[in-house]
Structures are given as C-alpha cells and as structure tokens.
Design a protein. Sequence first.
Length: 214
Amino acid sequence: MNARDQILARIRGAVAGAPDVEVPRDYRGATGPGAGAAEPRLIDLLAERLRDYRAIVHVVPETEIASVVREALARRAAARLVVPDGLPPAWLRPPEGEAVPYETVRDDPELSADDLDRVDGVITGCAAAIAETGTIVLDAGPGQGRRALTLLPDYHLCVVRAGQVVAGVPDAVAVLAAERPLTWISGPSATSDIELDRVEGVHGPRTLEVVIST
C-alpha cells in the first residue's frame, strides 16, 4: 500500500457511517444564447471589457478582417509572424498584385522557446470569447496552435468571430471541450508588486490585439 492508498483508506474509515448530504446544485448555469448566436450587445461588451484590460480592439465586418490584420502588423513593423496550422488563409491574404510584407513562420517542426522569443508576434483564432469577463479562450484547435505559441511571443493578434462570443463563463464552459488544453486570456500579461506597480509581459505577451468580426 502506497501513501496515497493509506490516505484514502483513512478518509474512508473516518466517514464510514456518516449520513449522505445533499449537495445543492443551484449555482449559475449557462444563460446566454450560446456560441453561434452572438448578439450585438455581447460584442460591444466584449470589446469594452477587453479595452479595460488594455488590449487593442477592432470591431469590423468579417470582410475587413484581412485589411485590419495587415494594418495592425504594419504598425508594429512585424517582419516574422508565427502562423499556426489551420489559420484561415484569407486573414493574411494581401491585395491582388501585392506581396506579403512579412515572413510567416510555421510550428513544424516545433519551434524552440528561443525561436518563439525571436519572432515579432503570433496570429491566432480562438475557441470562444466571453463578453462578461473580456476573456478569450484557446483550445489548441485549428488556427490556434499549442499553448507556447501564445505565451512566448511578445505580441498576440487574435481574431474572434461573432459566432464565438458567448455571454458568461458558464456559457463558455457549455461549448468548450473539457479534455482540450484550454488557455484563458484576459488582456495582455500583467502583474503588480506589493506597491501596485504594474508590469506587463512577464507571463505572456506584452501586447494583445483583438479583431472581432461582426
């Protein structure tokens, strides 16, 4: 018998004969429209909360995603950008007759931590976005890549489709797969010391830029 078995055996012995206790299940559940049916008010709330976290936010029609992405990357003078597998090519497509003004870097074979630290940023999609908390959730699905891709580069450009916006955390939990590696992002990486001096970029990207399509 190992230590774990010993501890569990003692717990079973301590509660042997104890009466069953009914556990209340009246906690908050999913209440919003769910993914795929985002209301304009939810998109507005998501944008507001993201800006509160000091993220850069653009709310645009889906047809303008590519142009907004180009402008965002041009402002940062991005020369090398990590692009995960499955990202919609249309988001990075330049106008006809123009060349892509930056190098796209693929994570195959997997990039090292040093490689990711040297790129100018990463662009991804997401699995869901929570309006109430201003949180973007990634699950390593197509167009998102593994977790390291969005933790090591200093700049993360994320595209959120209108149908991925949900009202609250319970609504997000209802549409996410628990077995997936979920990363919950609420604004750029930031921390404060005991004097409340804010420092950004310690545990993740210093800059989060979000394009929300309507």
